[in-house]
Design a binder for this molecule. Structure first.
Ligand code: FMN
Length: 291
């Protein structure tokens, strides 16, 4: 990557000759490897902090332009994502032109109206009150696309699950999102979008899938927890309810990473991540409704 952050070797590993690796030798050139050790505590905490404090941003974008070198770092982070068969099926369409951004906003408005019609009663009114995009406020849009034909019809690893190229692009989105958090850049994912209209506005060919329409911009504040949670739309689920052991629907006898004695809790597992406070003012009944 072009910026001055430590290389993987510098951040907990050192280069080693492939001959010292434990895997059996294969035919071919010597392969380059690095040793892998845990990051230093502060570095680990920074990674978890980015994960914990990353937010979807809609209304908080500042109008300041994003430095092109910074934007490039974010796209480098995206481009470092894992991809099925190392397919790298993504492209990144950077949209800055205000007129184009406004036209894309119209592609949101129609999809938003269609989605609003799916909710009833009080929930419909609350849906309409939510701000669900920052397309005009954000100075930059990045459209992450998937070229499903990039490597021809047979892709290593995709045969059993054709959606893995799309998943790869989502990995790129998450890399970008976390790197953006570290850089003080807010990101908002706008899926409430008439993709056909967005495709036409940006001249994206039919064969190219729009995976994510992202708004980017500097922010100086963000919600401390998901806005949808704070507005009572939906609460974060307890992690322990989502973990099964040795088969679907079988909760672990002891919650993962915890033991009968609290002093045995492995605090290395979740540096900087706190359990959600109990009893927050969220309408739990809403969790069972659509959305
Ligand atoms: C695939 C995807 C699509 C999303 N689409 C929208 C959207 O159209 N509008 C919106 O306001 N938020 C959208 N979000 C953001 C989610 O609402 C948000 O991630 C969630 O409420 C949790 O909040 P947080 O990201 O701030 O932690 C989307 C997120 C994902 C992952």
């Amino acid at each position: 990557m072009s910026h001055s952050s430590p290389s993987p070797a510098g951040a907990g590993g050192s280069r080693m000759p492939s001959s010292s690796a434990s895997s059996p030798p294969l035919e071919g050139p010597a392969l380059d490897r690095v040793t892998v050790t845990p990051f230093a505590e502060a570095d680990r905490a920074a990674v978890y902090r980015a994960i914990e404090t990353r937010r979807d941003v809609r209304a908080e974008f500042l109008p300041d332009p994003i430095d092109p070198a910074l934007l490039r770092r974010l796209l480098e982070a995206a481009h470092r994502a894992p991809s099925v068969g190392f397919m790298q099926p993504w492209n990144f369409v950077v949209v800055r032109d205000p007129a184009t951004r406004s036209r894309v906003h119209a592609a949101f408005t129609s999809a938003h109206a269609a989605e609003a019609a799916l909710f009833q009663g009080d929930r419909a009114a609350r849906y309409r009150a939510l701000k669900l995009e920052g397309l005009r406020e954000a100075p930059v849009h990045v459209v992450v696309t998937c070229d499903r034909d990039r490597c021809g019809p047979v892709v290593l690893g995709r045969s059993a699950d054709p959606a893995t190229d799309l998943y790869s692009c989502v990995c790129a989105v998450q890399n970008l999102w976390l790197a953006a958090r570290a850089e003080g850049i807010g990101v908002g994912w706008v899926s409430i979008l008439d993709k056909g209209r967005a495709r036409a506005i940006l001249g994206i060919p039919e064969a190219i899938e729009i995976v994510a329409y992202l708004c980017l911009g500097k922010v100086d504040q963000a919600f401390a927890s998901p806005e949808l949670e704070q507005r009572g739309w939906r609460a974060r689920l307890p992690l322990d309810d989502l973990i099964f052991e040795d088969g679907w629907g079988r909760p672990a006898p002891v919650p993962l990473g915890r033991s009968a004695r609290s002093s045995d809790v492995d605090d290395g597992v979740a540096v900087g991540v706190e359990a959600p406070p109990a009893g927050r003012a969220v309408e739990q009944a809403d969790d069972r409704q659509t959305g």
